[in-house]
Structure formats: structure tokens, C-alpha cells
Ligand binder design. Sequence first.
Ligand code: NAD
Length: 399
Amino acid sequence: MLIEPKVRGYICTTAHPAGCFRNVLDQIKYVTTQRPIATGPKKVLVLGASAGYGMSSRIVAAFGAKAKTIGLFFERPADGKRTASAGWYNTAAFEQAASRAGLYAKSINGDAFSDQIKQKTIDLIQQDWGGGVDLVVYSLASPRRTHPRTGDLFHSVLKPIGQVYTSKTIDVMTGHVSDVGIDPATPKEIDDTVTVMGGEDWVMWIDALLDAKLLAKGVKTVAYSYIGPALTEPIYSKGTIGQAKKHLEEASKILKEKLSIISGEAFISVNKALVTQASAAIPVVPLYISLIYKVMKEKNMHEGCIEQIYRLCADFLYRKDGHVPVDATGLIRIDDWEMCEDVQQTVSALWSKVNDGNVDMLTDLTGYRRDFYKLFGFEVEEVDYGKTSVVDVAIPSLE
Ligand code: NAD
């Protein structure tokens, strides 16, 4: 069938297999043209492995360090005439490429928050690796979580705390810049967001792997966070998601303690703001991202998920000298280029000027939109969208 993008709000309900394949192959190509990560991990579990930062983490581990990978995600296979989700196609592409390169790669599709999927993952590691996981990447981004102990369903919200937040925002499809007022979260919404996106599940994963004695001596685990500038503070770092990220940071301290018995370490990596399915859902942030794209591309400092995660592994987690550079609060900062004063001053000056009339000139809205469509396999170079596609694509290890 011919596949076209169907955008509904901030998501696209269709995905193009050939475009998703191309995106994954391009990321692999990037990694294989960089210096190999000689001291990198060898058995890697990636939670949230099918898109965004998690997909790039899997690619860097496999193609940068020749690691065996198990990737876990929650994606939708094709159903009759309905396409699969992009993460499904991404994983199919990844597994095919890994197999061609002689790299072990298996995947699990299901709810990472559940005990059942944790057990399934443990069984697979026990059966295939017998232990020795030396890196666990926690890259889940989910709007909801069913708590495995109580069965209660929690929803995360992206809201300010304490007062209404009024800001400029953009409709990325039309380019219309307007003011938006976002009501503050209720105390329950704050707690629920922490339950979904905070660190409890990360700790549960590491506890389960520790109990099953599947973690190697010197294991590392890393979860991803974001801080951002004063401009987005009310909706991000001081909003509901910021509370969840603070909880994630606290979890990293608990995990450091727990893992010390096997000389393991837990890290938070603060990453750059990029167009992903998760970030597209945050109010106001797309306007900020279109501005940093513009400024960072002009300064030749732009990175995507793959460049960010390659740098995280090569220059931070697996540096040749074994030292992992962190900031004064113990966080890895691969948002360093985004947050540098020069970039932020320029973005802030543009932010105050941007309006309907100058949005195309002052921002890289075109680049934002292209990246958004690319997430779903559209607007990818060298893909013939006039050609019919088979939507039913298998992920070999899920057969
Ligand atoms: P994404 O939407 O691109 O990917 C999310 C992944 O989580 C997918 O693989 C999805 O299948 C998986 N997932 C979601 N719910 C799941 C569930 N219940 N069970 C199993 N898998 C599930 O997200 P992303 O933007 O790459 O975000 C990953 C992490 O990086 C998040 O913690 C996010 O806060 C952080 N981060 C993102 C940005 C950004 O700008 N995108 C910046 C800094 C940090």
C-alpha cells in the first residue's frame, strides 16, 4: 500500500517502513565511521530501545562497542492495512543490520513496568547470556504506568506547579505563534507524574537483575534526564516532569549504593532537547527546540540522538582513562553544548522577538518539522514514497 503521514496533534498515526529502515541505517553508518569504543560494554540491556535516545543507545552499544544487546519497548505491529508503529520498524531494521554484522540482538515487546516483562527479560538473559549484563540503559518515556504492586493506573501530565504558566508557543504544523496559558497541576497530578516518570521503576529493574545475579562486576546503569534553560523552567525543570526527574536523580543515588557491592555505578545523563515522540508532547518546548536547532546549526554545534549518545559513551561513560566526568551535582552533562552561554543568550534574544511574521526566519521550524516527520519514516532522503510498501514487517527475534 501507499503510506502517507497522518498527523493527529503531536503524533503521527502511520509510519513508513523504508523511511524507518533508512533512519536506523544512517545512525549505524554514523557510529561505524567514528572511533570504536574499545572499552565499551559487552552485554547491554536497553529499556525503551525502539526510538529516540534508547534506539540510539542500542545502536552505539552494538555498532560502536560490538555489544550484544537486548532491547525492550512497547510498540505496535502492523495490523491488516494499519502500519506498525515507527519503533517496530526501527527495531526490525536494527535486528537485520545486527544479524548481518554478526551481533547478538534480541527484543522484547511489552510493558516494561510490569513484573511479567521483567521476568521475561530475566529469563532471556539467563538463557542466552547466563549473566554478565554490564550496561543497563533506562530510556523509557511513557504517558502512563500500571503499578505492578497495586494494579493502579497512573497518568503523567506536563504542567507547571503552583501557578498558571503563560508563554509563547508554536503550532509546528502551521507555524502559528501564539500565547498559551497552562493551568498548574494538582498535587495528585504531580505525584502521579513522579510515579510514571520518576525512578521507582528503574530501581525495580536493577533490584530484579541484582536478585537474579545477572549484573556483571563493574556494571553501569544510566537514565536520561533533561534540565533546560530558564525559558522552559516552569513547564520542564520546575514543572511536573521536573519533579519526576528529581526523583530519578534520587533513584540514581539509591542505585549507586546498591550497586557498590559489585563495584557498579549508576548515572544520570542530562541530554540535549531534541525532536522525539516524547518531547513533541511537551507544550512550549517545540518552539524552544526550533530556536536551538537554528542557533546550534548556525554555530555548527547541532547533534541528534546518535551524536549525543556516541559522545556519552565515548567521552563520558567509557572514556579510555576510565574516568566518568560529572558536574558538581554528580550529573553527566551532554547538554553542555545546548546550555553554553553563547547559545542560550542567542536563543533568549530570538525568543523575545519571534512572532507569526518572522517565525520562518528566526527559527528552524523547517528542520523541526522534518525531524518530526522523520521520526515516523517520512521525509527521509532516498526513500521513494510513490512506491507501494509492505506494512507487515517482522522483527526476527519476536517471530
Ligand atoms: P521516545 O518517545 O523517543 O522513546 C520512548 C521509548 O520508551 C520507546 O522505545 C517506547 O517504546 C518505550 N516505552 C514507552 N512506554 C513503555 C512501556 N510501558 N514499556 C516498554 N517500553 C516503553 O523518548 P525519548 O525522547 O528518547 O526519551 C527517552 C528518555 O530520554 C526519557 O527519559 C526522556 O525524558 C529523556 N530525554 C529526552 C529528551 C528529548 O528532548 N527528547 C532530552 C533529554 C532527556
